[in-house]
Ligand binder design. Structure first.
Ligand SMILES: NC(=O)c1ccc[n+]([C@@H]2O[C@H](COP(=O)([O-])OP(=O)(O)OC[C@H]3O[C@@H](n4cnc5c(N)ncnc54)[C@H](O)[C@@H]3O)[C@@H](O)[C@H]2O)c1
Length: 252
């Protein structure tokens, strides 16, 4: 089950899970991206919906049961919105409350809704949840105040869920640094609806400069962390993170 599967890291997770032999259902708010997924991966069925609406997520769970699946092995969320580095002094006071609501709902609440909806299906398979954190869940400098607040909150959710749901379900996170080749967008409530994380050579060069390993990590490389966390090789891991960040975390 991959939410936020339409582009970027989520799309690469779909491809990596298929390559590992999994059956995959996918979910995204963009109908166009869902159609693109089904065109490129004909074995993947998609649901277009909003991950902040539990009724939409339930449609994905229903699709799973329609397929005759008795359980879900892995539920991944790569849903996310960015704040393009706006600090507390950059955000017009009139935008702060709405910006907080939107970023926290999309980046944090979506994970909790998916956890609640998929809990019965995950329990049946003794499955695993994998959420997408960021280096911004560990130190400042790679996002603004609201993005960092949301990514730190995801750490709290993962700790609480891992504790509550053991021993049946493992809950972990992946914390990339910067990633090349995604479509990460800005929050409309912050006036950032037309903003996209840049792609191309300039982005790659920036990321190489930022990482001790001098790497611009690709979505396919990031996706391998999700493959590992869903595998039996990770059966002893819960409440923790993989950091495919090119070593960014060493320097902060
Ligand atoms: N791009 C980076 O450098 C980077 C670094 C660290 C962490 N991340 C995190 O990785 C995750 C994936 O980001 P990405 O860079 O691949 O961006 P992306 O925009 O390419 O992927 C996010 C997907 O989520 C979908 N989405 C957004 N809001 C949704 C909603 N309400 N309901 C359903 N789907 C929704 C989008 O349509 C998109 O397909 C995010 O959580 C992001 O914060 C990204």
């Amino acid at each position: 089950m991959v939410l936020g599967a339409g582009s970027g890291i989520g799309r690469a997770v779909v491809a990596a899970y298929l390559a590992a032999g999994a059956k995959v259902l996918a979910f995204d708010i963009s109908a166009e991206k869902c159609a693109g997924l089904e065109a490129d991966f004909p074995q993947v069925r998609t649901i277009t919906g909003d991950a902040t609406d539990e009724n939409d997520i339930q449609k994905l769970a229903d699709l799973c049961e329609d397929q005759g699946w008795v359980g879900v092995d892995a539920m991944v969320s790569c849903v996310g919105l960015f704040d393009f580095y706006q600090g507390i002094e950059d955000i017009p006071p009139k935008n702060l409350s709405g910006g907080f609501d939107q970023i926290m709902r999309v980046n944090v609440l979506s994970n909790l809704l998916a956890a609640q909806v998929f809990l019965p299906l995950l329990r049946k398979a003794r499955g695993t949840m994998i959420f997408t954190s960021s280096s911004s869940g560990f130190f400042p400098g790679r996002g603004g105040i609201l993005y960092l607040t949301s990514k730190f909150a995801i750490r709290g959710s993962i700790a609480a869920l891992a504790h509550e749901l053991a021993p049946d379900i493992r809950v972990n996170g992946v914390a990339p640094g910067g990633v090349t080749g995604t479509d990460l967008r800005g929050a409309a409530s912050l006036g950032l609806e037309d903003m996209r994380v840049p792609t191309g050579d300039g982005r790659d060069a920036d990321l190489k400069n930022l990482t001790p390993l001098e790497l611009a990590m690709t979505t396919d490389e990031i996706a391998q962390s999700y493959v590992f966390l869903a595998s039996d090789g990770a059966r002893g891991m819960t409440g923790t993170f993989l950091h495919p960040d090119g070593g960014m975390g060493i320097r902060g």
